[in-house]
Ligand binder design. Structure first.
Ligand code: HEC
Length: 145
């Protein structure tokens, strides 16, 4: 009698557990994709490449698209004019022959060189850090006209 009751009790408990599992598993599965294969579920999120795993030389550096060079006037107006239009800190003024004549005598190549390295209160590249040498040269040619 005692034995029969315990078996019945165990069966009832199992029935409750299985019933509850079936009921709650639907809730638990929210947000869980049953259609994924086991391989997809346990796949790592990322991969580590060790030296030599891949040929790094085969990876091409992003091609730097050469931006269209700005004209001398554009560079001057955007950057150099803040000092060179009115002669801040004795900067040679735009189009002022007296200011530029002694400098032009040294040759445009030297002026480009000085404008790249800077000189006194003239900051390197006139603060136009992304200016190419040619753009600086064009800006100078625009100023000494
Ligand atoms: C912050 C102010 C400032 C800005 C901005 C500036 N300059 Fe100058 N620049 C000066 C000053 C000041 C001088 C005079 C330096 C000297 O003779 O000691 C000068 C001188 C020069 C000279 C003559 C250098 C020499 O050897 O005598 C050139 C060329 C020149 N600047 C080009 C440029 C160009 C090109 C730009 C823009 C891309 C520019 N500057 C922007 C202040 C500036």
């Amino acid at each position: 009698m005692y034995f029969k009751n315990s078996v019945a009790a165990i069966l009832v408990i199992f029935a409750i557990i299985i019933g509850a599992k079936t009921f709650f598993s639907n809730l638990i599965h929210v947000g869980y994709d049953d259609n994924l294969t086991v391989a997809q579920r346990i796949a790592p999120l990322g991969q580590v490449y060790l030296e030599g795993d891949i040929d790094v030389n085969a990876i091409k550096a992003p091609v730097k698209t050469a931006a269209k060079a700005r004209s001398g006037e554009e560079v001057y107006t955007a950057v150099c004019a803040s000092c060179h239009s009115v002669g801040v800190m004795n900067a040679p003024k735009f189009g002022n022959k007296a200011d530029w004549a002694p400098r032009v005598e040294r040759g445009i190549a030297d002026l480009v060189k000085v404008s790249i390295s800077g000189k006194g209160a003239m900051p390197p590249k006139g603060t136009c850090m992304d200016c190419s040498d040619d753009e600086l040269k064009a800006a100078i040619e625009h100023m000494i006209k």
